[in-house]
Design a protein around this ligand. Structure first.
Ligand SMILES: C[S@@+](CC[C@H](N)C(=O)[O-])C[C@H]1O[C@@H](n2cnc3c(N)ncnc32)[C@H](O)[C@@H]1O
Length: 243
């Protein structure tokens, strides 16, 4: 190999990058790896402005009224696109601590759960069950908090109806004050068969004094420094009272 006059040919050094890269070969994360990630995310959430707003909203829930948490529509925290679900799972652990519950008091279900999600939830000690009914060792469904981050409207309809038929209950899920504005954006299809959600939403919007439902909104925080905040967008605490 020759070089032009005036130019010195510099041979490219044998790259060490190749070796470095071979050490950093992509390794599939285990359920334990995901648990470590999610444990760290709890600290991230607690250090964020969202946390103070969350605590304020949870403070509106009458004391001792949450003995069980039913987590629905979490999504798959171990999927490659599961970053939001990881934050939402981290929030589930925060809720558990907040209400001083044990892992046995939490059940979860999402049809998308894959085997690694099940392994992860098992590491936390949560039961994964599609249906939970009284008699499964759970005596009183009035002491439940349904945690349903960005659940499909049709699922919200079902759970809202179920909780409405009980003396009390709590749903941390899709904000029902801004519900109508959002579903209009999502198109007609998503508003089918959700008459009950619409009626409770209307009561809340109109501040109906006879409503058995109250809402404690959690504001959306700007994306500026934390793009994961969308994991908690448009979610509020809804409380069913007996009058
Ligand atoms: C819009 S995604 C929300 C996923 C995640 N929580 C998020 O915010 O990115 C709705 C989720 O609801 C789940 N889902 C649908 N029907 C359900 C049911 N009957 N029970 C529990 N989860 C359900 C879907 O599988 C999906 O993961």
């Amino acid at each position: 190999m020759s070089s032009e006059p005036g130019f010195k040919l510099i041979e490219r050094p044998i790259s060490r990058r190749k070796n470095r890269n071979s050490k950093n070969l992509w390794k599939e994360k285990s359920a334990e790896d995901y648990k470590n990630i999610i444990d760290n995310l709890q600290t991230v959430i607690k250090n964020s402005p969202y946390y103070a707003a969350l605590l304020k909203a949870l403070g509106a829930i009458p004391g001792d009224s949450v003995k069980y948490i039913r987590c629905l529509a979490l999504g798959s925290p171990t999927s490659t696109t599961g970053i939001h679900c990881q934050y939402q799972l981290a929030l589930l652990i925060i809720l558990l601590d907040h209400f001083k519950l044990a892992a046995k008091d939490v059940t979860a279900w999402d049809p998308v759960f894959e085997s690694k999600d099940l392994d992860l939830l098992k590491l936390y000690g949560f039961d994964v069950v599609e249906e939970v009914t009284p008699g499964d060792g759970i005596p009183d469904m009035t002491e439940w908090l349904y945690y349903m981050p960005h659940a499909p409207h049709i699922l919200t309809e079902r759970v809202l109806k179920a909780v409405d038929s009980l003396p009390r209950g709590v749903i941390l899920g899709n904000d029902l004050l801004t519900f109508d504005t959002r579903v209009i954006d999502e198109g007609e299809e998503s508003t089918k068969d959700i008459a009950f959600v619409r009626s409770i939403s209307k009561q809340l919007v109109e501040g109906d004094k006879d409503s058995n439902w109250a809402i404690e909104q959690i504001p959306n925080f700007p994306l500026k420094n934390a793009n994961w905040m969308t994991a908690f967008y448009d979610m509020s605490v809804h409380i069913k009272h007996t009058r």
